[in-house]
Design a protein around this ligand. Structure first.
Ligand code: CO
Length: 136
């Protein structure tokens, strides 16, 4: 199977303040900004040449990202691997006994299909799988 590192997800308390460092001080370029209602977050992507940095700010104190922030504080949240066929990848992982957060793909940033693998099955890393151009 081929997979490409798509982005690194970082939870922040305050998106605007995070951009003061990553955009204004470091000089990185914002490539997209949107609200993802399903995940109750505001998301800003910053380009770095290859994989991008994805900053996540919760819009709801009960969202998964808000709970992460309460438990762990701001910082590294997930890595995202782009795959060609997300459904086939999930099937393959299930066959290997991997614990999934999402049993089937759901809608992510930019209309992509995504699914999360449980960190318990990925050595403490929350792994997001993404298919950019869903066929169905
Ligand atoms: Co992500």
């Amino acid at each position: 199977m081929k997979a490409t590192l798509d982005h690194v997800g970082i939870v922040v308390q305050d998106l605007d303040r995070a951009l003061q460092f990553f955009r204004d001080a470091l000089g990185l370029e914002v490539s997209s900004a949107e609200a993802v209602a399903g995940q109750r977050v505001r998301v800003t992507e910053v380009a770095t040449g290859g994989a991008s940095l994805e900053f996540l700010e919760s819009t709801d104190p009960a969202s998964p990202v808000a709970r992460f922030l309460d438990r762990r504080g701001p910082g590294l949240h997930h890595i995202t691997l782009a795959v060609d066929d997300l459904a086939a990848t999930l099937e393959r992982l299930r066959a290997h006994g991997v614990k999934l957060v999402d049993e089937s793909p759901r809608v992510g940033v930019g209309g992509s299909r995504i699914a999360f693998v449980h960190p318990a099955s990925a050595h403490g890393v929350l792994v997001e799988l993404k298919q950019s151009n869903p066929t169905s």
